[in-house]
Ligand binder design. Structure first.
Ligand code: NAD
Length: 425
């Protein structure tokens, strides 16, 4: 890459894809009314005028709408991919060609290019960072500490990123405050559950065209994403099995009506396995070697290390591509186990990620979070923060309003009752 030119354009696959990307961004925009209303206010008030923001995000139609919103607020924005396989190349092209937002992202880029793109985005010397998985924060804290002096704060989109940030706090390593957007109620309760639920099933169906009904569908991890994946798989008629390490989540899965068992017992009976834990090697060698012929393994957690791919390679004699995003690994005894989308988050790699309607709330949190971080610059020590509850509630209120749904309000009498302690039996 020659850096001076790329600093204004970014690095995308093919600018000829821009018209398709523009149309798809507009399609997503229709279903993002909360973000649209924030954008209208931002365009008037310019709360981020001249603020340099670097976003390391999945380059999707919904992210494009967030980017356009931040630009409307006056931000000087640069984007790079937060996963090598989740970029929508038409969207990346349109962001540069139509919106003038430098974007460094190519679907299928190798790990070196992925990090080159992160470093290229950091050349803009951001004052605010937006991450999905903590790779920007991590890169800044390890190899670009010279940038720290100018950074006022960051935002983090996903559970795995928040976990990494909390580990940085524990180790005394975090050098600037980061808002855990993931932890807003209007983010994880909806995006992680309904977004991951629907789009993970969408990706499995798009890439395989298999019937889900009647199959043993193993969900590894019953957190926010796991609950969504399990419920959508059940909705399609699968026999859902949940595996967990947390006894409370395991009881919840039992009471939600699922079979719960250790993964080692589920391994030989499962037809489809989906990991959503944010943990490493949850599908490990001992599970892979017990799987039946034709089993499908997919990951919808943040990193592809949820599946021990090295063990799968070591256990098998070779692999062949069955369909796009479906790689068959052949065992010497004749079995084939299929890995979807190289173990990368399947919903973004083999489908389009979360539907716009749910990202409307997640990215409303990001937009208001960026404004909040900038307005409160210098006021927080390095820590992991959450968006104030009143902003979280406001996003829910706006979303309900756009859905045409009204709700009740507390009477004065009820407000007094709920804040008193004297009244009893
Ligand atoms: N694919 C997407 O679009 C998308 C969207 C949101 C979040 N995520 C990612 O999905 C992952 C899960 O997020 P979440 O919000 O559901 O997290 P969560 O913390 O709510 O749930 C994770 C669950 O996994 C369980 N778990 C951990 N190790 C396990 C193991 N070895 N076996 C079985 N269960 C295990 C935990 O006990 C927990 O219940 C994270 O990596 C997150 O970043 C992906």
């Amino acid at each position: 890459m020659t850096t001076s030119h790329l600093q204004t354009t970014g690095d995308v696959k093919d600018f000829a894809l821009a018209p398709k990307g523009k149309a798809r961004i507009a399609w997503a925009e229709r279903d993002m009314p909360v973000l649209r209303s924030i954008r209208a206010r931002f365009a008037q008030e310019k709360p981020l005028a001249g603020v340099r923001i670097a976003g390391c995000l999945h380059i999707t139609t919904e992210t494009a709408n967030l980017a356009i919103t931040l630009k409307a607020a006056g931000a000087d924005l640069v984007l790079c991919a937060s996963n090598p396989l989740s970029t929508q190349d038409d969207v990346a092209a349109s962001l540069v060609a139509d919106e003038g937002i430098p974007t460094f992202a190519i679907k299928g880029e190798d790990k070196d290019t992925y990090y080159q793109h992160i470093y290229a985005a950091l050349e803009r010397r951001p004052q605010v960072t937006i991450d999905d998985g903590c790779d920007l924060v991590n890169t800044i804290h390890t190899n670009r500490t010279d940038l720290l002096a100018e950074i006022v704060g960051g935002l983090e989109e996903t559970t795995t990123g928040v976990m990494r940030l909390q580990n940085m706090v524990k180790a005394g390593a975090l050098r600037y405050p980061v808002l855990a957007v993931n932890d807003s109620d209007t983010k994880h309760l909806f995006d992680n559950r309904y977004g991951t639920g629907q789009s993970t099933l969408d990706a499995i169906i798009r890439s395989t065209n298999l019937l889900i009904a009647g199959r043993n569908f193993v969900v590894v991890g019953y957190g926010w994403c796991g609950r969504g994946v399990a419920s959508r798989a059940r909705g399609l008629g699968a026999n859902v099995i949940v595996t967990e390490i947390d006894p409370v989540r395991a009881i919840e899965a039992v009471m939600d009506g699922y079979r719960v068992m250790p993964l080692i017992d589920a391994a030989p009976i499962g037809d489809i396995f989906v990991t959503v834990t944010g943990n490493e090697h949850v599908v490990d060698r001992q599970h892979l070697e017990r799987m039946k012929d034709g089993a499908l393994v997919a990951n919808s957690g943040h990193f592809n290390n949820e599946i021990n791919i090295e063990a799968l390679e070591a256990l098998t004699t070779g692999h062949t591509t069955a369909r796009e995003f479906v790689e068959g690994y052949h065992f010497a005894d004749g079995r084939t186990v299929y890995l979807l989308a190289e173990g990368r988050l399947v919903n973004l790699s083999a489908a389009e990620g979360h539907p716009a309607s749910v990202m409307d709330m997640s990215f409303a949190n990001q937009a208001l979070g960026a404004e909040y971080m900038w307005q409160h610059r210098g006021q927080f020590t390095p820590q992991v923060l959450v968006l104030p509850a009143d902003l979280d509630r406001e996003i829910a209120r706006l979303k309900l309003a756009t859905m045409g749904i009204q709700i009740d309000t507390l009477t004065t009498e009820q407000q007094t009752y709920l804040s008193s302690w004297q009244e009893g039996t």
